[in-house]
Structures are given as C-alpha cells and as structure tokens.
Ligand binder design. Structure first.
Ligand SMILES: Nc1ncnc2c1ncn2[C@@H]1O[C@H](COP(=O)(O)OP(=O)(O)O)[C@@H](O)[C@H]1O
Ligand SMILES: [Mg+2]
Length: 395
C-alpha cells in the first residue's frame, strides 16, 4: 500500500514510529505537511495539490492533526474523503471529539460515565450550575483546550464565578465540571485501535498538580484495565465514530468517567510506558480497513429516494413478538432486518428462524412507506426523573 501520514512534525516520535512500522510491514510511506496542500474543487473532481504539484495516488491517509490547525487540517482530510481515499479517523469524527462540549453531549445520552458537566451563558446561571455539579472546588474547562492548558481548579464560588465571567468576556466558551477529587491527579489513558484497547497507562500528576497531562510533567505507568474501563473506552470511541483514539478516563468513586477522546493520541508515552508496539497495531488496522471505507448511509439513502433505514423497539406488536422473522409480515413487505439489539448485545444479520422478542430493537432497511406503517405512533420521550444525590451514592 501507499500510506500518507498527515503531519506537521515529520521528526516527532509518533510520526517516526508510524512511518517505521508501515515500512516494516512492507508499505511505502510519505509524511505530508498538512499546510502544504491546496484544495481544488471542480464538478465531479475533488482534487488536491501538494507543494504545487498534483498529488499522486494514496491508498490510505493517517491524519495527525494538531489542535492549532484543526480547521485547515480537517478541510484537507475531508478532501481525501471526497476523493474516496481511506482514512481511519474521519474529519467529522475528529471535529466531534475535539469539542469537549459536543463530545460530552453525545456521551450523555448513553450509559457511560462522565463527570457532571454544565454549560451556561448568562451570568446569573453560573452559581446554580456550579452547585448542580456538586459545588466547589470545581473544574472550569475551555472547550477546545489541550495539554492541560485551559483546565482550571477553582476553590471558591467567588473565584469560580469571576474566572467564568472573565472567560465569557474574552469570548471563550467554558464547561463547568464536577471536580473528581478521589482521582488524586491521576487518570487512565486507553489507546483504542478499531474495536480493541491495544495499550493502557495511568498518568500520575506531579506533586501539587491536579492535571495529569504528560505536558504538565506527569509520570506514567502501565495498567491492566478492568472490563468496565475497557468497555467504557470502546463505547466512547464508537460514539465518536473514530478508528484510532486515546480515551482519557477518571477513576471516580462511581467507576470510569470519560473526560475526553483524543483523535491524534501521542505514541511516545504509551509505547514507553507499556512496551507495546502501538504503531504496528495502527498500521495493521489500516491494512484491514482499507477495503471497507465508511459509507455514509443516511446521505447515500437520501439519494435513492423512497428507501431508508428505521429503528424501532418491539413492544405491543403482536405481529412480531415471539415470531420467527420468517413468520412476520416484514419479509413480504420487503423490509430487511439488518440487526437486532437485545439488552447489551447485537445480533448482526439475523436469520429467518431467529425469534423476535419483546423489547428487541430492530434496525431495518426498506421502503419508507412500508416502514412507516410498522413504526409505533410517535411518542414524546419521557424525561427520566432526576436521581437524588442519595440515590446516586447508592448506585
Ligand atoms: N473533572 C475533573 N476532575 C478531576 N480532574 C480533572 C477533571 N477534568 C480534568 N482533570 C485533570 O486535568 C487533565 C486535563 O483535562 P482534559 O479534560 O483532558 O483537558 P486537556 O485536553 O487539556 O488534556 C486531566 O488529564 C485530569 O488529570
Ligand atoms: Mg486530556
């Protein structure tokens, strides 16, 4: 294969290791400076020029896009996607994960741990928000910070409020977040490649510091993750839609809590701490995936007209419940069941003699008119009752 690495730092540890691993596995590699691309758009011909020349063909592009060039970097990556070139981390997934508010919003609807977080605009909403996350000391975090810069621990309400007002005045968006003090300046970094945690480490802040970023002088040690941490990391990466990611989790009293998901995680800390060849795991993943670039189903189906995907829970549907797929009216109506979600598992490609159970969630493809007639009437989603602190503490 011919692999391109989008990076502004050809000599950085991560870029060097990726290049080395790709070469060892028999690929041709070129490190491409993200800012030296020109994006060229014409009818049916999205194209890229590199250092003034037409770009040769690549099979895969591994993006390493630093926070300071997010906008341009993602535009270049998006162009590769338009040209049909495989990228393990898509631009949309990177931008989703880079915005801490957007990412936390996405996590909040699923059953994975996050520290209680608030986002407000009006000054009068600041104090109530601080109290809702559990009061001071409280974490204040700028939305697109990295390397621990922009993460502030405020000890009193007065100081917290003043900091937030000041940041608002400087047009900075900030999150107000519960300070997980029992994590004692440590966090867990799980390095995920595809559907596997390939390596994990604990980062330990230097004395007197609450941020465990390596750039803030933290030390690292290898850890073996519990199933709960592994599961949380994989879920978070799935929700973000990334292929390669570093997931940062706090060890809170209530279990793992996701702080952020990094789409260009560094290799130096994790490889040195664990001795694991993470770079080769990444290249191997790219080799496996290159034949299956992601398909944007929604957009694709919108172009087919009349056909679509729908998901619905099976409840109060006697024509489905307890029946084999063959005996339901689905097949005769040209509705194909792609997956059945049942409790925590998913049955991919169910067979004709699989039995549908009450509570199953069916993901179907078919004629939208037929699908519409199957769907239960639209009900407003019930707001779950907010759990009291006492309930939370008892699980
Ligand atoms: N809610 C929190 N409670 C306790 N520590 C936190 C919290 N949020 C962040 N930290 C500490 O600060 C560090 C940096 O926070 P993070 O959200 O990952 O921002 P960055 O993108 O700058 O790394 C974390 O690794 C962790 O050690
Ligand atoms: Mg971090």
């Amino acid at each position: 294969m011919k692999i391109g690495i989008l990076s502004r730092q050809p000599r950085s540890y991560s870029t060097r290791r990726l290049r080395e691993a790709a070469k060892l596995r028999g690929h041709t590699v070129q490190v491409l400076d993200t800012l030296r691309f020109a994006i060229s758009l014409e009818k049916q011909e999205p194209d890229l020029f590199y250092r003034g020349r037409k770009l040769p063909a690549f099979d895969a592009i591994i993006p390493r896009i630093g926070a300071s060039i997010t906008f341009y970097g993602l535009a270049v990556l998006r162009q590769f996607e338009q040209m049909g070139i495989y990228v393990p981390n898509e631009s949309i997934a990177i931008s989703r994960s880079r915005d801490k508010l957007r990412a936390t919003q996405a996590f909040s609807r699923y059953s994975i741990g996050i520290p209680a977080t608030e986002f407000v605009r009006d000054s009068s909403d600041i104090l109530p928000a601080i109290r809702r996350v559990g009061g001071v000391p409280v974490i204040i975090k700028v939305i697109e910070g990295t390397q621990g810069v922009g993460v502030i621990l405020a000890e009193t309400e007065k100081v917290a409020e003043a900091i937030i007002q000041t940041l608002h005045g400087a047009k900075q968006n900030v999150l107000i977040q519960k300070f997980v003090k029992e994590s004692h300046g440590c966090d867990i970094r799980a390095f995920v490649v595809g559907d596997r945690v390939v390596a994990a480490m604990r980062r330990i802040a230097k004395p007197g510091e609450y941020r465990s970023n390596v750039h803030r002088g933290a030390s690292v040690e290898p850890v073996t993750l519990t199933t709960e941490f592994t599961h949380t990391a994989l879920r978070a990466v799935q929700i973000m839609g990334l292929g390669i990611a570093g997931v940062d989790m706090l060890e809170s009293a209530e279990g793992p809590q996701i702080m952020e998901v990094n789409s260009s995680p560094g290799l130096e800390g994790i490889e040195k701490a664990t001795g694991i060849d993470v770079a080769s795991a990444i290249i191997e993943f790219v080799e496996q995936q290159v034949l299956f670039p992601d398909v944007d189903l929604r957009q694709r189906l919108r172009l087919t007209g009349g056909f679509g995907i729908a998901e619905f829970p099976v409840r109060g549907m006697p024509e489905l419940e307890g029946k084999t797929l063959r005996d339901t009216p689905l097949a005769s109506r040209n509705i194909y069941v792609l997956t059945i979600a049942r409790h925590d598992t998913v049955v991919p490609q169910p067979k004709a003699d699989d039995i549908i159970q009450t509570g199953d969630v069916l993901l179907c493809y078919g004629d939208l008119r037929e699908l519409r007639s199957m769907m239960p009437p639209h009900k407003r989603r019930k707001r779950p009752r907010k759990r009291t602190n006492k309930e939370k503490n008892t699980g």
